[in-house]
Design a protein around this ligand. Structure first.
Ligand code: MG
Ligand code: ZN
Length: 219
């Protein structure tokens, strides 16, 4: 009889061991680590730009950018004078813990308060991979449709905070803000859901307050 091995379970098992090792290291160094996820074009990098503008003078930040091929996002971060490490996955659709372990060789954790990891744009498998983060944030653009939380539940179940982005064009989109919020809270009762416009900088205060609180909580 043929022997079948569960490759997925094995890959995830190895990943989780490295993720746990990273989480212990980040705890020891008092660094708050956030995994920032969402589809391509939902506004993750724009959110990061607004976040750096608001926090970089008070909080020592660094960013890891996960992308399939280019350094376009890392170049955007670099303009703010925040240390940034690019991971190119060469077509891989998510980041994993060994990639983060390699990337942090280039970051001085002793001086750091906050590390944001912008994951590869994808609502599916980034949710399955623990990368040693303390919390997860998900950005959902209202242009993607209000059915997405129920179609990609794991992403929303494991998030601590969800930003519903691009509210500035809400009137042009057939997006039910209350319905989507309710769906997200059905999947994940404790989650914070914030309607925001990252390009205009609207509604970001609770997000920035939450990040400050998280940074304080690991000191
Ligand atoms: Mg991006
Ligand atoms: Zn993947």
């Amino acid at each position: 009889m043929a022997v079948t091995i569960d490759v997925k379970a094995d890959i995830l098992g190895k990943n989780d061991a490295v993720a746990e090792e990273l989480r212990n290291l980040f705890k020891e160094k008092h660094v708050f680590v956030l995994d920032l996820m969402g589809s391509p074009g939902c506004g993750k990098t724009t959110l990061l730009e607004k976040t750096m503008q608001a926090l970089k003078d008070d909080i020592n930040m660094a960013v890891i950018e996960g992308d399939l091929f280019t350094s376009k996002d890392a170049d955007r971060i670099d303009r703010y004078g925040v240390p940034v490490v690019q991971i190119n996955t060469a077509g891989g659709c998510h980041l994993d813990a060994p990639m983060i372990k390699k990337a942090i060789e280039n970051i001085d954790l002793d001086k750091l308060d906050l590390l944001v990891i912008e994951n590869v744009g994808n609502l599916v498998c980034p949710a399955e991979f623990d990368i040693g983060e303390q919390k997860r944030a998900v950005v959902l653009s209202i242009t993607e449709g209000d059915d997405k939380p129920m179609k990609y539940p794991l992403m929303f179940k494991l998030a601590s905070i969800v930003l519903l982005n691009k509210t500035d064009i809400l009137k042009f989109c057939n997006f039910n803000l209350d319905g989507a919020t309710e769906d997200i809270k059905t999947l994940n009762p404790g989650v914070e859901v914030l309607p925001v416009s990252c390009s205009l900088g609207d509604g970001l205060k609770p997000w920035l307050d939450w990040l400050r609180e998280m940074v304080r909580s690991v000191k």
